[in-house]
Write a protein that binds this ligand. Structure first.
Ligand code: ATP
Ligand code: MG
Length: 585
């Protein structure tokens, strides 16, 4: 693991569990053969040098989002802190929805977040589909031992027989068929002799269990579908709830951490592993499942289905649209890996569901960028300011720190001239109360330049202000002796019009205008903020190198990033990542 912890380690219930497991030596005798496998492989191994093994198991059916980041930081972070290994495992058991494009995008984003799945000489990146044959052998073993049977009921019949929360289910008429018959049918299923939905392999547990998940859950269903890795090798595919514990056990996972909705699945997880161990297929100690509360963030949706809908229906420009909470979108918006790790650290881990306000994510970005981001001046809504007593051909060099936290560090240079761009809101012809910026008669400092006295403005025929005039006070240049002799209440930013760099600036806002766009049965599309992207033509301080991904604090405005897809140094396209202060509430 390559990332150092960003924050002091705060304990949580998972750390307590791991501490206790390490103290009691629960996993100390665990063998590891350097690769995943059943008991027969594991027994060829030596003591596992990794003190714990965790895993991050995405299904490659979409792009990772901020919720996944929480799981990534948690699983990879625990492995790092306990000298363990964290596996990246693609849970690709659903052929219809999965694609290699998503596999590649997931790999890229886990790396981008700063995590890595190598441990010593091991490269722990695995695919559930690589275990299809072992899983199948396990299924045959379960049938032989009387723990599974082929059911020929339709899906609808199974549903009706399952019972309800208050009513026990009833046994399938096929439940007690001889093991040999089930074995023959499973082999025929695998050989492609039966159509989709005509039969399924089920665990034989207890149709009267108070936990519905224990009422003979399905292990294998028939799906004549092409898989992105195994092609047409298989036409039966394992159900997630059966595949997942097996994948964990094959990989020697010690702590299998998942979100709370899987709590009711835990007895089944344990049942599967216990049966396979009893049958000699799996070597102890077995993995254990622990649940934590998923991240719910306000003002976004994180379900992959809903994200896909936003992309497919053109509500956003793609999976990496800077308004989306996908990691690709957050990166393009200007979020740094460190800001996302900081956010996840601040959230902590708990077992209680809650909703996190979006502003906490935004604050993590400010806190990460403030000490490091270079400063520059930009003007987003330009208005011309003419310094009427400054010679037309004079160029006065000015300097400013690249980062005010390092006043003795690198400096930036830019010229002061007779014509400047200022922000339109920095002038008011008739000032409101407590307005300290430019208005006729008022003195204002042009930051890093001179103090000027506003003398008036010019309007077009419609009465719009098209120019402001001022006179400069020659002995007041910042950094020269006596510069502060004249006191002013307002300081504004500016750029020489002759030297300014033109830029397209994309001012993003939240994609949804309500805090919980998908609460209840609400149509989340109806909550889309129609003003979530507003593009302006602005000006940048000369010398600003807008290479893709470059990040700045534009003074007084916020944090901005050169769009990593569209920006070019000679044609800057800049995204606003976040304003300097939270302006939402
Ligand atoms: P979705 O419901 O959006 O499809 P998912 O949970 O099915 O998401 P997976 O690819 O299966 O997506 O998730 C991989 C891992 O990320 C799982 O271990 C899951 O628990 C975790 N994860 C997904 N969403 C969140 C979230 N909002 N908060 C914390 N962990 C999450
Ligand atoms: Mg899932």
């Amino acid at each position: 693991m390559s990332t150092d912890s960003d924050a002091p380690i705060v304990s949580n219930f998972l750390r307590t569990i791991i501490d206790n497991d390490l103290k009691s030596g629960r996993y100390a005798q665990r063998l590891w053969a350097g690769r995943p496998g059943p008991a027969s492989v594991r027994q060829q191994g030596t003591l596992d040098p990794a003190r714990i093994r965790t895993r991050f198991p995405p299904e490659p059916n979409g792009y990772l989002h901020i919720g996944h980041a929480k799981s990534i930081c948690l699983n990879f972070g625990l492995a790092r802190d306990y000298q363990g290994a964290c596996h990246l495992r693609f849970d690709d058991t659903n052929p219809e929805k999965e694609e290699d494009e998503y596999v590649q995008a997931i790999i890229e984003m886990v790396h981008w977040l700063g995590f890595d799945w190598t441990y010593g000489t091991e490269t722990n990146c695995y695919y559930a589909s690589d275990y299809f044959e072992v899983m199948y052998q396990f299924a045959e073993a379960l049938i032989t031992a009387g723990y599974a049977y082929v059911d020929e009921q339709s899906a609808e019949e199974m549903r009706q027989m399952r019972g309800t929360l208050t009513q026990a289910g009833s046994n399938s008429p096929w439940r007690d068929r001889p093991a040999d018959e089930s074995l023959g049918l499973l082999r025929a299923m695998r050989a492609g002799e039966h159509p989709d939905g005509s039969m399924a392999l089920r665990a034989r547990i207890d149709m009267a269990s108070p936990n519905i998940n224990m009422r003979d859950p399905v292990l294998y269903r028939i799906r004549h579908a092409t898989h992105h890795r195994t092609g047409d090798d298989w036409c039966i595919y394992p159900m997630y709830s059966w595949a997942h514990p097996v994948e964990d056990a094959l990989e020697g996972i010690t702590h299998s951490i998942c979100t709370l909705e899987f709590e009711d699945q835990r007895p089944y997880y344990d049942w599967i592993l216990a049966r396979l161990m009893e049958l000699g297929q799996l070597a102890p100690p077995l993995p254990r499942q622990y649940e934590f509360a998923r991240l719910n963030l306000s003002y976004v949706v994180t379900s992959k289905r809903k994200l896909r809908q936003l992309v497919d229906e053109g509500h956003v420009q793609g999976w990496d649209d800077p308004r989306l909470p996908t990691l690709a979108g957050l990166r393009r918006r200007g979020y740094t890996p460190a800001s996302i790790r900081l956010f996840c650290d601040r959230l902590g881990v708990s077992k209680a569901d809650s909703r996190i306000d979006y502003s906490i994510l935004e604050q993590a970005l400010r806190d990460d960028l403030d000490p490091s981001a270079p400063r520059a001046v930009a003007v987003l809504d330009p208005l011309r300011l003419v310094i009427t007593n400054f010679p037309d051909d004079q160029i006065e060099p000015c300097v400013a720190p690249v980062n005010p936290h390092e006043p003795d560090g690198a400096q930036r240079n830019f010229p002061f001239t007779r014509e400047l761009w200022i922000e339109r809101e920095d002038f008011q012809e008739e000032p409101q109360r407590k307005y300290f910026r430019l208005y006729p008669g008022n003195l204002v400092r042009l930051k890093y330049g001179y103090i000027v006295r506003c003398t008036g403005c010019t309007k077009d025929e419609q009465g719009n202000i098209i120019e402001v005039q001022a006179e400069y006070l020659p002995d007041t240049k910042s950094g020269t002796p006596g510069a502060n002799a004249v006191k002013v209440k307002g300081t504004i930013t500016w750029i020489s019009t002759a030297h300014a760099l033109a830029a397209e600036i994309r001012l993003y806002d939240r994609l949804f205008s309500v805090a919980h766009p998908d609460a209840g049965d609400q149509d989340f599309l109806a909550a889309i903020n129609p003003h979530s992207c507003h593009t302006v033509q602005g000006w940048l301080e000369p010398g600003t190198q807008a290479s893709p991904g470059a990040t700045w604090q534009f003074e007084r405005l916020g944090y901005f990033v050169a769009d990593r897809i569209d920006s070019r140094v000679d044609r800057p396209i800049i995204n606003r990542a976040i304003t300097l202060r939270d302006s939402w509430a």
